[in-house]
Design a protein around this ligand. Structure first.
Ligand code: NAD
Length: 498
């Protein structure tokens, strides 16, 4: 199954990649659409339940026995896993421009942002590679054996892979999603069946191809395409999938968790949505706070899980703050992602466009518009301009719901105690921002914020060496750092009498 549009820079196979080969095209297919032009650019295989079974069976065989004469993946040492992951990272670096362009074509991210995202993905893969040799357990002080035999006990714990892991990804960061799921699973010694989002299958398809070139034995990395139902559902219900790493909406995260309970109680790690807040105190470095706040809600056209979409500005600096934000907004006109000067592209598809438009319409009754409009004019492409709202209260949909578009709500506050209560009054807990030049206040407030990551006088930073994930309904488990090892491995305790 090949792409049909000249703007895709390479021949790309959009069939399922199972046991080291692209399978024949599936009976059902779905279109891939460029959100900047609304043109269909490719058709992609839609994995059936049987094809999901084939992918899981290949991953299981590769783990326990090995395929085509390769040794069982469970017996492959960390150093070999590291070398393969490093090779894949090198190939991604070689093909950086191609991967970035694929991200831009189906997601709509501007080329400059796509390149930065792809470079971030390569760094993450390098980190996973390095971690493959650092899968460690614990040892404890030897002690007398309590069985009365007079022998002593040496005891330790090991971390071992689950076997088959399933990865289910969202559409907003395609190459990064592939790397954090596939890289982590494989570094820890698992095999994986990875399902990309149906909205952005191009980068995953290309990375499947690169994984074969990197020398991964068949069945270690399997990539399937398709919608939540049947493909995602079949993975989450599968009895041979032992762990699932999911990134996406809270609604789907709950379905996947329930499906784990309905099947084999597979371990579920969730990276879910957010409605993150930033607090701008009266003593903040305002130009920096304004610039970061603007970047935060407009990067990737606002389709970022950790985006600061609620900004609480102290009442004494509110006017200055919103004036600054409006000046940035006036300078950014969303446009063709392929042009070098474009800073903001379209939303990913018509469904996301309609969702965002729905919230803009609601905002007519819930808020006052400082920039943007409740009824955007639609030409070709799913473009929405940066929108700045001052809501009537904290209890309206534009403040409470994750919108996933370039919309920010700015609200005044008077005291630290008041603003913390308002910031934490949400079911989400992914990220938080604090702008102040008072270190004591910064540390005090960051301690009280209910969020997996807090940035003090900085925008959203994801450091590969440190964990990233959410509190409350923003998720469970962690990506990055060494925390992911805990999520992607089983623990075994071993006692030795001597
Ligand atoms: P989504 O939940 O609609 O879809 C995510 C994935 O789940 C897709 O691959 C989809 O096909 C699959 N899916 C849908 N229904 C399913 C089902 N019943 N069973 C199994 N799989 C199913 O989310 P989305 O719209 O693709 O992504 C946007 C969401 O992802 C936002 O909420 C965003 O905040 C979140 N996100 C979170 C992080 C994070 O690190 N916390 C990162 C990126 C995106």
């Amino acid at each position: 199954m090949e792409t049909q549009h000249s703007s895709i820079p390479i021949k790309l196979n959009l069939s399922n990649f199972i046991a080291g080969k692209f399978a024949p095209p599936s009976a059902k297919t779905f279109p891939v659409v460029n959100p900047a032009t609304e043109e269909q650019i490719a058709v992609c295989s839609e994995a059936s339940v049987e094809e999901v079974d084939q992918a899981v069976a290949a991953a299981k065989r590769a783990f326990y026995k090995g395929i085509d004469g390769h040794k069982a993946w469970k017996d492959v040492p960390g150093a070999e896993r590291k070398a393969l992951l490093k090779k894949l990272a090198e190939l991604m670096q070689r093909d950086l421009d191609i991967i970035a362009k694929l991200n831009s074509i189906d997601l709509g991210a501007p080329m400059m942002a796509s390149k930065a995202l792809t470079m971030g993905a390569i760094a993450k893969l390098d980190w996973c590679a390095a971690t493959a040799e650092r899968i460690t357990g614990e040892t404890v002080e030897p002690k007398p054996n309590p069985d009365g035999s007079g022998s002593n006990l040496f005891s330790c714990s090991w971390r071992q892979p689950f076997g088959v892991v399933a990865g289910i990804a969202p559409w907003n960061i395609p190459a990064v999603s592939f790397v954090v799921k596939v890289g982590a699973a494989v570094a820890c010694g698992n095999t994986i069946v990875y399902k990309d989002s149906e909205k952005t299958p191009l980068a995953g398809a290309y990375l499947a191809q690169l994984s074969a070139e990197a020398g991964f034995p068949p069945g270690i990395i399997n990539v399937i395409h398709g919608h939540g139902v049947p493909a995602g559902e079949a993975l989450s219900l599968h009895m041979d999938v032992r762990m699932i790493t999911f990134t996406g909406s809270c609604v789907t995260g709950k379905v996947i968790t329930a499906n784990s309970g309905r099947s084999n109680l597979k371990k579920v790690c969730l990276e879910l949505g957010g409605k993150s807040a930033a607090i701008v105190f009266e003593d903040a470095d305002l130009p920096k706070a304004i610039q970061n706040a603007f970047m935060s809600f407009t990067r990737n056209s606002g389709q970022v899980c950790a985006a600061h979409t609620r900004v609480y500005a102290h009442e004494s600096i509110l006017d200055q703050f919103v004036d600054g934000l409006k000046q940035y907004a006036a300078r950014v006109v969303p446009g063709d992602p392929m042009l070098p000067d474009t800073r903001m592209g379209p939303l990913v598809d018509s469904k996301q466009y309609d969702r965002v438009k729905g919230y803009l319409a609601a905002a007519q009754h819930e808020a006052h518009f400082l920039h943007g409009t409740s009824d955007p004019v639609k030409n070709k492409g799913y473009y929405i301009q940066p929108t700045i709202l001052v809501p009537n209260s904290d209890d309206v949909s534009v403040v409470r719901d994750e919108i996933f578009g370039p919309i920010v709500c700015v609200m005044p506050f008077k005291t630290e105690e008041e603003v913390l209560a308002r910031v934490n009054d949400t079911e989400f807990g992914l990220h938080g921002g604090i702008y102040t030049t008072n270190l004591s206040k910064a540390l005090r407030v960051s301690r009280e914020m209910e969020a997996g990551t807090v940035g003090i006088n900085t925008g959203i930073i994801v450091d590969d060496r440190l964990p990233f994930g959410g509190w409350k309904q923003s998720g469970s488990g962690r990506e990055n750092g060494t925390a992911f090892i805990e999520d992607f491995t089983e623990l075994k305790t071993v006692h030795i009498a001597y």
